[in-house]
Design a protein around this ligand. Structure first.
Ligand code: 3PG
Ligand code: MG
Length: 395
């Protein structure tokens, strides 16, 4: 049985919490604190119950190397500011020193561990590494919903070493909301997918193509589909290894009433920073020397019509390189259209670190039905797949 944090007596206990602090950072500053804020209820509950807290997270994909730009130090600074408490920090999540800091914690104190993915054992779900992590706490709480779909040492392996283990408030809230929607979605149901992590998402589209009525594609991943259709995409982002899967999906879509919708125009330029060359092109006339970085105006209009006729909308992944104002229009417009759809009674679920960050920067979080801290995780759940981290906790 899956337990939640409410099942435990936390007084004078050391609670090891897996959080998802994989947040956008530039020049050592956290650009968006949505995921950090989302973890506060669980952290505060532990502190108020008389426990001490050890926090562990990944940041980015350093692939087992120590990458200074992916240090969690800026996250610790942000957390200290939000929670108004000092944070102890260890620069190696499994060193003896780090373990000693945890053992010496007094109730009400917080210890943040350095990026788990500085060790390749994390993504390998290595049991020896899991065991070392487990030394930090007496109770294990997983509140990293955003990472729930990854079978890693800090959320799967580590569970083996705890008798007392469960999920935190954020994880619980996400599970409850997303499972209730998927049981009886109002139709038509639309899925809007963007971003660049095409590999994770393609497998899910393959599942969703039977479930969703409309699948709308934007962002970097759109170009692999366009290329698979034989369209010249110039220098746009392409994942060659995914071309055949993309073709299969296009073929499958033909058989089920053309559910898959791709951009019909793009905003392109010679390179991301060459803003003087920015121009809109029809999808069949992208010059060889140009790369697409956002969806174009005709695409936005087409997608708007499709979305305004949908009753359940799941959005995951930005429509373009929204971090740069020149390419944020597609993402901003989709966010505005979804606000309108929500006002008219549709259920709108937004998921993913980047997408949530975009929606937050437009001050539209409260205008959606649910903004999930998980991108891949929420899609996995909505597509009916099991989450390995939930199974590891007996759920
Ligand atoms: C996310 O941002 O989707 C989660 O933090 C998981 O990150 P990952 O895709 O690098 O595993
Ligand atoms: Mg992400």
């Amino acid at each position: 049985m899956l337990k939640t944090i409410n099942n435990f007596d936390l007084k004078n206990k050391r609670v090891l919490i897996r959080v998802d602090f994989n947040v956008p950072i530039s020049n050592g500053i956290v650009n968006d604190d949505f995921r950090i804020r989302a973890a506060l209820p669980t952290i505060n509950h532990c502190l108020e119950s008389g426990a001490s807290v050890v926090l562990m997270s990944h940041l980015g994909r350093p692939k087992g190397q120590v990458v200074p730009d992916l240090s969690l130090i800026p996250v610790g600074e942000k957390l200290a500011e939000l929670i108004e408490l000092p944070i102890k920090f260890s620069d190696n999540c499994v060193s003896e020193d780090a373990r000693d800091v945890s053992l010496g914690l007094r109730h009400g104190e917080i210890h943040l561990l350095e990026n788990l993915r500085f060790h390749e054992e994390e993504t390998d779900n290595d049991l020896r590494f899991s065991e070392l992590l487990s030394k930090h706490g007496e109770i294990f709480i997983n509140d990293a919903f955003g990472t729930a779909h990854r079978p890693h040492a800090s959320n799967v392996g580590v569970s083996k070493y705890f008798l007392h283990k469960g999920i935190g408030f954020l994880f619980e809230k996400e599970l409850q909301y997303l499972s209730s929607v998927i049981k009886r979605p109002k139709r038509p149901m639309a899925l809007v997918l963007g971003g660049a992590k095409i590999e994770t998402k393609l497998k899910l589209i393959n599942k969703f193509i039977d479930e969703a009525d409309i699948i709308i594609i934007g962002g970097g991943m759109a170009f692999t589909f366009l290329k698979a259709k034989g369209i010249n995409i110039g220098g746009s982002l392409l994942d060659e290894s995914m071309l055949s899967t993309a073709s299969e999906i296009i073929e499958k879509s033909r058989k089920v009433n053309n559910r898959l919708h791709l951009p019909i125009d793009v905003i392109a330029s010679k390179s991301l920073d060459d803003i003087n060359s920015i121009k809109e092109f029809r999808i069949d006339s992208i010059p060889k020397t140009m790369s697409g970085f956002d969806i174009g105006s005709a695409t936005i209009e087409k997608y708007s019509k499709l979305l305004m006729s949908s009753k359940t909308i799941v959005w995951n992944g930005p429509m373009g390189v929204f971090e740069k104002t020149e390419y944020e229009n597609g993402t901003l417009k989709i966010a505005e259209i979804l606000t309108e759809a929500n006002e008219e009674g549709s259920t709108v679920i937004v998921g993913g670190g980047d997408t949530a960050a975009a929606v937050k920067s437009y001050n539209l979080i409260d205008k959606m039905s649910h903004v999930s801290t998980g991108g891949g995780a929420s899609l996995e759940l909505l597509s009916g797949n099991r989450l390995p981290s939930v199974e590891a906790l007996g759920g």
